[in-house]
Design a protein around this ligand. Structure first.
Ligand SMILES: Cc1ncc(COP(=O)(O)O)c(C=O)c1O
Length: 431
């Protein structure tokens, strides 16, 4: 089906070079975050409750933190959810819960936000970067370096597509290597009907401001493993876990079980209340984004050398975090950064390249912390001579835009496709 309007094919002068933009600045894009109906009332209820933290004495009814843990585990169909203050904390305690030894190796993707790797260092372990699939941007079973004797693998579901966690698990399980899913970018994504985050031993989520489910700053670890769930509770609440009987007014809900050294990574009650409200909107928003993502895919089929990143066939539902448009053929002399800037100017909403692979990220600098010196040294030793060509290619050919760009309607997708076609067709004079 030829879907793009004819006008979209005429190159014209690019907006970045002073030409008329594809989209009029009068037409705004959906905003983010969007408060759910009931969000303000939930926040006001916490304000008046006299109980702003799970570590404050009992008064009134159930903690919002408990309610969110229940609602999110029901949503994901997983036995246990331990909410935390950040997605990074989720990764730290998930790793700590495994009881690995100081300096053990954990495989992580080369293409991800820095927190996936820095959490490994925070847990006293050494991240070893792994190249990603050129198709999905996620790590795959074939690419795992098991010679470094990893204790765990962190699998990131990247941008809009899921990694093949069952295949990765099959490749490492017999060696006792644990698979942790970093589902910070994948709330609600499904693989053969199973939710991202529930397929590996542990799943970690971020509820930071840009995520599809957000309370500003927040996170959660989920697992079906009852023993690990108890350990995770202690790790995030200064060695305390929830008591099994009901606390009386004035008593704490937490008891000092102290089977493992914890720290304070607790989610506060305002954030938990907000998440309870926001979760109610998540699937309706997925439906809108996924309809638009599919439509943009159809429209881009008309533009040579450009495609949306495609999930593997087993992924039956996507969760768009940052929609990845891949330019297999970059226009002569242009980088994906140039294309992203040109699209931003055409559309009035931000497009940007992916972050650089972590081996050359200036945010991953363990040697700047004296307390990490031995881990940093091992990290540098283990990366000598390692290259990540597929991660480099994705970082150099994809352009991302935030998922809120997909919360509008089909006309928005026509605008994006028209801008992509215009930018790709622009000749030297157009820039
Ligand atoms: C893949 C991935 N892992 C971990 C994190 C860290 O989450 P947080 O910012 O909530 O600590 C993020 C946040 O962007 C992420 O995208």
């Amino acid at each position: 089906m030829s879907a793009l309007p004819h006008a979209a094919r005429s190159p014209g002068r690019l907006a970045i070079a002073g030409g008329a933009p594809v989209r009029s600045p009068d037409r705004p894009w959906p905003t983010w975050p969007q408060p759910a109906p009931g969000a303000a009332a939930a926040l006001a209820a916490v304000l008046d409750s006299g109980r702003w933290a799970i570590s404050s004495p009992r008064c009134g009814g159930e903690l919002y933190e408990r309610r969110f843990a229940r609602l999110f585990s029901q949503y994901l169909d997983v036995a246990h959810c331990v909410p935390v203050d950040h997605g990074s904390s989720a990764l730290v305690i998930a790793l700590e819960s495994l009881g690995l030894s100081h300096g053990d190796v954990v495989l992580v993707p080369a293409l991800t936000w820095v927190a996936t790797a820095s959490a490994v260092l925070r847990a006293g372990l050494v991240p070893v970067l792994t190249d990603v699939s050129p198709e999905t941007g996620c790590i795959e079973a074939d690419g795992l370096d098991l010679d470094v004797d990893p204790g765990a693998v962190i699998v990131v579901h990247w941008s809009a597509v899921m990694a093949d966690v069952p295949a990765i698990t099959a490749a490492v399980d017999s060696r006792g290597i644990v698979v942790i899913e970093d589902a910070a970018q994948a709330h609600g994504a499904q693989w053969l009907g199973r939710h991202a985050g529930t397929i590996g031993r542990l799943g970690c989520f971020s509820m930071q401001n840009g995520k599809v489910l957000t309370c500003g700053e927040g996170g959660a670890v989920v697992t079906d493993d009852e023993h690990l769930a108890g350990v995770l509770e202690e790790l995030r609440a200064d060695s305390r876990r929830y008591r099994s009987d009901e606390a009386r007014p004035g008593e704490l809900d937490l008891v000092e079980t102290a089977t493992v050294q914890g720290a304070n990574f607790c989610l506060d009650e305002f954030s938990a209340a907000l998440l309870c409200a926001q979760l109610g909107m998540l699937d309706a928003q997925h439906d809108i984004r996924n309809r638009n993502y599919a439509r943009l895919g159809e429209l881009l089929a008309d533009v040579p050398g450009v495609r949306l990143l495609c999930p593997l066939p087993q992924q039956n539902r996507i969760s768009v975090y940052e929609a990845p448009i891949v330019f297999d053929d970059l226009p002569e002399g242009r980088s994906n950064r140039d294309l992203a800037d040109a699209l931003t100017a055409e559309l009035g909403v931000r497009f940007y390249p992916p972050r650089e692979p972590l081996d050359r990220s200036h945010l991953l600098r363990p040697s700047t912390k004296p307390a990490l010196a031995s881990l940093a040294q091992r990290f540098h030793e283990l990366h000598r001579g390692r290259h990540f060509p597929h991660a480099e290619r994705m970082a150099g050919h994809a352009v991302l835009t935030h998922h809120s760009t997909f919360l509008g309607d089909e006309e928005d997708m026509v605008d994006i496709a028209a801008a992509v076609a215009k930018v790709v067709a622009a000749n030297e004079g157009g820039w």
